[in-house]
Design a protein around this ligand. Structure first.
Ligand code: UDP
Length: 565
């Protein structure tokens, strides 16, 4: 297996099995064999050929062309092997529900999964509490308890506890929520997003007010100017990256099982809307391995999409769920989220700049292909194994709709760690820099992106002097004597305008059942007006949510990225 040094380091630190003394007891090769074996074993229940699928899964994983989400790799074969990355739990307006869910979230966190919560149902601050005669402390106070609990739990877990906290824009405590993370010590284990309604966006457009509603009494308790709330959101996001927005009405219009309830929250990084108690297993194809200039190796990609869908569907049966309610929901809807990583690498290999109409068109073509093949594979599975149990009343239960095994098949994950293991660029993000730091045995190295090195050699503009400059600056911008085509091809995240980031996100979203993980990176000099423009444009472009991060902004947490060490 050809694993990069960074990949080896990450695998050793967190993924390879250990004995009771904490000694690593498997090689990466054995790790993939274990994962393939555990997942393929479920084939027996459906009359599938276990050895055949074990071999195919092992080959695909070992080629680093496809990886499932981290918990699957870490936990497959363990006694309590929990294999899904994404969960949402309900928080209802009672002490019972708040603390039951906190306990359940603890079980998920221990297993390496991340949980999203909507706090929108909690009565606002100062609302009466009948049983005690006192007054309520409000959603933000309970989020702080969840945050503290996460601090304690994550010490024992395999990875950092990731939570998403959502509040609807019409909750009376919305301003407190929007401002809470301006203090970097608050809610460090949470990404937070405001669930923005179409009514809010309309009020913002027309310069109007909108009602604030007490979720307990359903009474309107006041109204507020949409522009005032939006300005507060923008000010917080400019200084810390939080809150993001999720466009909750749009997300619910794409709900495949509306009879089972509506979405109030997504998973921690925003790419997966889920119903209460629902889970999802994600997996990502490494597109950098399918480059066949001037295009992609579609035949190979199509075959691998089908194998990956089968792998993810099998993973649901191989999973050990932390709660019966979650098992019932996941096995009822059988949601899987196949997506892509290595997109920026692929574009470089094809000589296409990230911010270019040809790249947006290729994004649509590629994701449409992945979605169509993934659905076809899901239909193929349904023929043998049956449609997902909650099929009746779902959007697929209609004339001309495919009879699928999975209520959703596609999601674009951040691939914070998977991309390091597969040695490719993350998700659909552009390269952040052409040079990056690496630490090996206490020593720091700076390395140059290998695709850039290759291209500089082939393009005839390689020189020691240029490389030294790139090492220092991380970009070609402003270095004299570099061919203009190369400068455009290697534009990094901070040089790509907001429009380019969002156009790419929208291109992928168009053909993705769930949502797309994407951060709009802004330079340090970006203004609040730039953030406002980004959030408004995101709504216009039809994406399901938006996150910004301004370089150098203070953030108590970097949950949207993953540390290597
Ligand atoms: N996640 C988590 N903790 C982490 C990173 C990720 O719980 O430290 C969850 C979270 O729900 C996130 C999802 O895993 O949305 C996918 O993240 P990513 O693709 O970065 O994970 P990877 O599989 O690469 O580790």
């Amino acid at each position: 297996m050809e694993l990069s040094q960074n990949a080896l380091k990450v695998l050793e630190a967190r993924y390879l099995l250990r004995d009771e003394e904490g000694r690593v007891i498997e090689t990466p090769e054995q790790m993939f064999a274990r994962l393939a074996r555990v997942v393929a074993a479920t084939e027996a229940a459906y009359g599938g050929e276990v050895p055949l699928w074990e071999r195919r899964f092992h080959e695909l994983l070992g080629s680093l062309k496809f990886l499932p989400n981290s918990p699957a790799i870490m936990n497959a074969g363990k006694a309590e092997g929990q294999l899904a990355a994404c969960f949402v739990l309900p928080v209802e307006d009672s002490m019972q529900s708040i603390f039951d869910t906190l306990k359940n979230a603890a079980l998920i966190l221990q297993s390496g999964g991340g949980t999203g919560f909507s706090f929108s149902q909690l009565r606002p601050k100062a609302d009466p509490v009948r049983s005690t005669g006192g007054i309520a402390s409000g959603p933000v106070s309970f989020m702080k308890i969840y945050n503290t609990a996460t601090d304690v739990i994550k010490q024992g877990g395999a990875r950092r506890g990731a939570n998403m906290g959502i509040l609807r824009v019409d909750h009376p405590d919305i301003l407190e929520f929007i401002r809470v993370k301006r203090d970097a010590v608050e809610l460090a284990n949470f990404n937070i997003s405001v669930a923005v309604t179409d009514a809010f966006m309309e009020a913002l457009r027309t310069g109007g007010d909108y009602p604030l509603v007490n979720p307990r009494s359903h009474k309107t308790v006041g109204s507020i100017a949409a522009a005032e709330v939006f300005a507060e959101i923008v000010a917080s996001a400019w200084s810390t990256g939080d809150p993001g927005l999720i466009f909750i009405d749009r997300i619910n219009r794409a709900n495949p099982t509306p009879l089972l309830g509506s979405f109030e929250s997504t998973n921690p990084c925003g790419e997966q809307p889920l119903l209460p108690y629902e889970a999802c297993v994600l997996g990502s194809l490494n597109l950098s391995r399918y480059a066949l200039p001037p295009g992609l190796d579609w035949a190979a990609l199509g075959r691998d999409v089908a194998t990956a869908v089968r792998f993810l569907d099998d993973t649901i049966d191989a999973n050990h769920y932390p709660l019966p309610a979650i098992e019932a929901m996941h096995k009822g809807n059988r949601k899987i989220g196949l997506g892509v990583m290595g997109w920026a690498d692929l574009l470089i290999l094809l000589g296409l700049p990230y911010n270019d109409p040809r790249s947006f068109a290729l994004a649509r073509q590629t994701m449409r292909f992945v979605r169509d093949r993934a659905r076809a594979a899901s239909v193929g599975l349904a023929e043998k194994r049956g449609v997902f149990p909650n099929f009746i009343g779902s959007i697929y239960d209609a004339e001309g709709m495919p009879r699928v095994r999975n209520a959703t098949t596609t999601t674009i994950a951040p691939t914070g760690t998977l991309a390091t293991i597969a040695d490719c660029s993350s998700g659909i993000e552009p390269l952040f820099s052409l040079a990056y730091q690496r630490r090996v045995l206490e020593m720091e190295f700076t390395e140059i992106n290998r695709h850039f090195l290759d291209s500089a050699r082939k393009g005839g503009f390689y020189s020691e002097r240029l490389m030294a400059q790139v090492l220092r600056r991380g970009t070609l911008a402003g270095i004299p004597g570099v061919p203009p085509d190369a400068v455009r091809l290697f534009q990094t995240a901070l040089e790509i305008p907001v429009e380019g980031h969002l156009e790419m996100q929208a291109a992928f979203q168009e053909y993705t059942d769930n949502a797309v993980s994407k951060t709009v990176n802004l330079p340090e000099s970006a203004t609040e007006a730039d953030v406002a423009r980004t959030y408004l444009l995101a709504y216009e472009k039809g994406v399901k949510g938006v996150t910004v991060f301004r370089y150098g902004a203070k953030k108590g947490t970097l949950l949207r990225f993953e540390d290597i060490d």
